[in-house]
Structure formats: C-alpha cells, structure tokens
Design a protein around this ligand. Structure first.
Ligand code: F6R
Length: 589
C-alpha cells in the first residue's frame, strides 16, 4: 500500500531522476498517483512534481539536487487527484511529507491546525502531518518535532519527511514497512529493497517504534519513544539486481511464472532444521492452524489436504475471519501465518490475537524483515526473491512446496518429500515449453470475449480451482467462479448454458472418475469442458495436458491458470503487472 523512496547524496546530483526510477520499481505498491519532492540547489524552498496515474513512462522536469523523496499512492483518504497525491508540503514549503498508512485521528488534528491558521490544499490525512511538524518545529529541533508528531498519530503508519533546513530525510515506522539502504556515500530510504538494489544490498529494516535520520554523513537510528539514538546493525541481502529487473520478459508476471522453475526446488535446500523441529512438535500433539489472505489462504487450504494425506487434521482460518475461532487457540497451538509480504493487516491482526492466546507463531513468508517475521517465534522463509507483479505466483508455489515438505516431515518422509519436489521441478521444466504456451495463447484467444468462466475440482484440486480462478480474475478481469465438483448439482448447475466455458481440474487420483462425472453433467447442459489434467477423457472438449505428478499435479494445474490469466489479461488490454484497484501488500484493515 504506497511506495516510498528517498535518496541523500545522489552521486549524479540528479536526485529527482533517481527517485523517479526507483519509484518505478515500487509501482506495484500503489498506482493511483505519484509524486517527488526535491531540495533544489540554490533555491529557498522544496519543489514538488506530482500527478495522478501510473508512474510507468513518466518523466519529471524537477531541477538538479542531491536530496529527494517520492511516493506512489494507493488512495485511502481523499480521491485520486493531483492535489491529493503525495508529497504534501507545510505552509513554509520547507517540509515535505509522504506517508503509508491511515491517520485515524487526522480530523481532530486538522481542526486544531486550522484554528492556528494553517492552510490545507488536499483532502488527505497526510497533509496534517506536514503542518503539525511545522507547528512543533517552531519551538523544537526538527527530529524532535517529527518524533513527537509521529507519536500523536493513531493507526499503523510510516512517514518520511524531507526537511529543507537540516537537509535531511527523517522517517518513522509503526506498522508499515521501511528499509534503509547504505550505499557508497549515498543513503536510501524505501518501503521495499528493489527501489535501491541497483546501488546497494546493505540494508536495515526498521522495527515498529524506530525512526531514522538520513544526512550526508549517513544514517542514524532512534527509538521514537525515548528519542534516544540506537545502534544500527545492517544486514547484507543475497538479492541480486536481476531479481528486480524484467530480464527480457515483457512483464514481471511472466518472468515470475517462469522463475518458479528455480524457486520451487530452492525450497528443498532451506528450512530443513526448522521443519524437522516443527514436525516433532506437531507429532507431540500441538494443534495446527493455518491462516492467510487471498492466495495465501488457498495455500493454507491446499496444505490442509496434504496434512490429511499424512493422517493429521489441521484447521484453516482465513485471517479476515479469524476472531470468532481464536478462542480455540491456546499454548499448544502452532499458528502458521502464510504471507508473501509479511505486512498484510488482516494476517497481522490474526497473528497478534493468536499470540495473546499463547500460540506459537510460524511465519511462512517471502519478503524479509517484515512485521510478521518480527511477530513470529519461527520463520520459514520461502526464498522466492522479490515478487514485483501484484499477482502472486512464485511466492505461492514456494509457500506450498515448503508446507508440503513439512507434511512429509510429519510423516517421517522428509527425504522422500524433497525427492518429489526435485522431480516435480525436472518434469515442470520439460513441460513448460513453447508447445504449451502456444496452446494456452490459442485458448486465451478463444476465451477472450467470455465474461463468465466456471471451474470445478475435487479434494486437492479444489483449492487449486480457487487459486486458478483468482489468477484469471485478477489478471484478465473475467468473472471466474470456482466450485468443489460435488457442489455443482446442489444449485450451481443452473449457471451452465450452451457454450459456457468450464474448467475441470483433475489429477490421476481416486476421485478422478467422480470429477469426470461432474464434467459430464456440465457437458449434458451444453457447457464447454476444458480439462486441465494429466489424462485424456471423452468428457473434455479441450485438454491442457499437465504432467502426472500424483499429489503434486496441482502445481502444474495452477501454473496453467497463472499463464492463461496472463495471456487473457494481455489480450484484453489489462496491465498484468498492475491489475486495477489492487495493491501488492494490503496494509489496511
Ligand atoms: C493474489 C494476491 C493476494 C495476496 C493477499 C495476501 O494474487 O496477491 O490475494 O495473496 O493479499 O498477501 P500476502 O501474501 O502478502 O499476505
């Protein structure tokens, strides 16, 4: 939700251009509008350039300078207008503020500031921050004014302030991510690493309650409450520049779909120790609860089926429905919180509640340094690298593979599980070829003008239909509705008319005949049956053949949905990397 990027000491004295380029790497965090503020050389006030719309091809005419701070916005308070775009200035134009989060008490603060004569230009909650800092800085040092202002803001927020007088960028975090990059004589602040990865992988992720002052002599860390300096201990990330570039692919989404051939097998070489300890705990009687939102909740559901195969019953509670069931959680519960970003507000709320009930929290996450990571007792880092496309693909399959390995460890079959994942990858590598792509492009062309698509699957293929359908909806805006195959005859079948496309996801398992008989019920009503399965059948009008990988066939079945969604989206003129109305991490309730 919103991207933040700032630089101090730009090596080319072109800080605004550097911020523009860095923000383009963060556009997945919000694309309603963008804006940049700069301290221009030899000028007496901050200059701002801000516009509605995507930053994609944008240019800026801001003057040269060493220090700049910018933002991409996912609107919460105030409509999508140029005035509401960040940064926001104080009355003197010496303070520019950008913000990620929601200031819940902004109305009361605004009333007081209006009485003191401050003039507001936007309808946002953010603008009050600039004026409140201005007010406090009349009698205090700028860092004190910023820390005190921040303490007055209710809600989960991260702010970054560009201050003309001290020539610094000062930032505070409570709930929304912020990371400092320490380059060679250049210092960066961002909401995510890809913004500055070109320059440095030496980073420090701010914790809640921490503030940072970036000046031309480096970064100083503070505890916001006591306003005392702390030691800043950076870490070196193993991310490479290629991870944050398209690498010859037209879109990040397509690149990330193909990257799964590297990221899925990587899960077999990490987390082994943690997985075995967790397996022992589960076998000693700990109850397992899996939670997450969207794609992560479908990963949770698929994991439930994998656990069931090993004879273990686990609960799945989507994070946004967690509260009524949290009373069943206690100190013998392991709560697995699944999240790409580790910043999803609903997931964090569920985790905080589970912690209150005494549960142990296991974070199954991709992004490092997140709030979820800090809230957890154990971290299963799934190692998929930066996922830039808003639609989740490689993070999902890495989470699923990691949790699949856990279920095999519970059954004392971890080595066998590893072999199966390595084999899965070999088979996927052969199968994901030009022939498959051509078939999917043809299918996308055939479905291009459809407004409704239905999907059925049974048992482990049921969560696969949920994920497949979400990919289609997010990427192409076609209404795709998934059902458990058994649900069909209980009402859904009324939706089937002549030619209605219906995907049937299946594996070579003991329910394949039941799924095929549901398919024949749809076919009898005129539905167009598109099989996604490792076998042929007379019920299928079209077959996208996936490799037979036993219980792991769903990985291939889901990849079909990822690719089809991509080609449908491109064909229908959508932006596959940045679907409308969505943001990569949903940090509001
Ligand atoms: C789907 C998608 C969303 C996220 C959901 C949770 O492609 O991206 O459904 O999966 O918002 O996000 P994380 O995993 O960051 O907690």
């Amino acid at each position: 939700m919103c991207g933040i990027f700032g630089i101090i000491n730009d090596k080319n004295n072109q800080a605004a251009q550097t911020v523009l380029e860095g923000l383009k790497k963060l556009e997945y965090r919000g694309y309603d509008s963008w804006g940049i503020s700069i301290i221009p050389q030899n000028q007496k006030e901050i200059q701002v350039d801000k516009h509605i719309g995507k930053i994609g091809e944008a240019k800026t005419n801001l003057p040269k300078g060493l220090i700049a701070l910018g933002h991409t916005r996912w609107a919460t308070h105030g409509g999508v207008t140029d005035n509401n775009a960040h940064p926001h200035l104080d009355c003197t134009k010496k303070i520019a503020v950008i913000h990620n989060g929601v200031v819940e008490n902004y109305q009361e603060i605004k009333v007081e500031l209006l009485q003191k004569g401050h003039k507001f230009i936007s309808e946002t909650d953010t603008e009050v921050i600039a004026h409140l800092i201005e007010e406090k800085s009349k009698s205090k040092k700028i860092n004190e004014a910023i820390f005190e202002t921040f303490k007055l803001l209710r809600g989960s927020n991260a702010i970054a302030v560009l201050d003309y007088n001290s020539q610094t960028i000062i930032a505070c975090r409570n709930g929304s991510p912020l990371v400092v990059g320490l380059g060679q004589n250049q210092y960066f602040l961002a909401s995510d690493v890809p913004a500055f990865l070109k320059e440095t992988n030496k980073v420090y992720f701010l914790n809640d309650g921490e503030g940072v002052i970036l000046s031309n002599s480096g970064a100083k860390l503070y505890d916001i409450d006591s306003e005392k300096e702390k030691i800043l201990t950076p870490q070196i990330l193993d991310w490479k520049l290629e991870d944050a570039e398209k690498g010859g692919y037209p879109h990040f989404l397509l690149k990330e779909i193909y990257e799964q051939l590297k990221t899925i097998p990587k899960t077999t070489s990490i987390n082994e120790k943690e997985i075995n300890i967790l397996a022992e705990k589960i076998n000693s009687g700990y109850k397992v609860v899996l939670t997450g939102c969207g794609t992560a909740s479908y990963c949770a559901l698929a994991t439930k089926y994998f656990f069931a195969e090993q004879g273990i019953d686990v609960a799945v509670i989507p994070s946004y429905e967690f509260m009524p069931f949290s009373k069943f959680i206690n100190n013998k519960t392991l709560v697995f919180a699944i999240s790409q970003s580790g910043e999803t507000a609903d997931t964090l709320i569920a985790v905080k509640q589970a912690k209150k009930r005494g549960a142990e929290i296991v974070a199954v996450i991709n992004a490092r340094g997140s709030t979820l990571e800090r809230l957890s007792n154990v971290v299963l880092s799934v190692g998929a690298g930066p996922e830039i496309a808003v639609v989740s693909t490689k993070a999902f399959t890495s989470q699923l593979s990691t949790l699949y390995l856990l279920t095999t460890a519970v059954a004392n079959k971890y080595e066998e599980g590893k072999e199966k994942i390595i084999n899965l990858n070999k088979v996927l590598t052969k199968w994901l070829n030009n022939q498959l792509t051509s078939q999917l492009i043809m299918l996308a062309k055939k479905l291009m003008n459809e407004e409704h698509i239905y999907l059925i699957g049974k048992h482990i293929n049921y969560p696969a239909t949920l994920e497949f359908a979400l990919k289609i909806k997010e990427t192409s805006y076609v209404h795709a509705e998934p059902f458990a195959a058994g649900e069909l005859k209980h009402g859904v079948i009324t939706l089937i008319q002549k030619g209605t496309p219906c995907f049937v996801l299946a594996s070579n398992d003991d329910v394949r005949d039941e799924v095929l008989s549901s398919a024949s019920e749809i076919k009898a009503r005129g539905g167009l049956i598109i099989g996604v399965a490792p076998f042929e059948s007379n019920e299928f009008d079209v077959l996208i053949k996936t490799p037979d990988l036993e219980d792991l066939t769903i990985f291939a079945n889901i990849i079909v949905g990822q690719l089809l969604g991509y080609y449908l989206g491109v064909g229908r003129g959508a932006d596959p990397d940045k679907p409308r109305n969505l943001a990569k991490s949903v940090t509001v309730k």
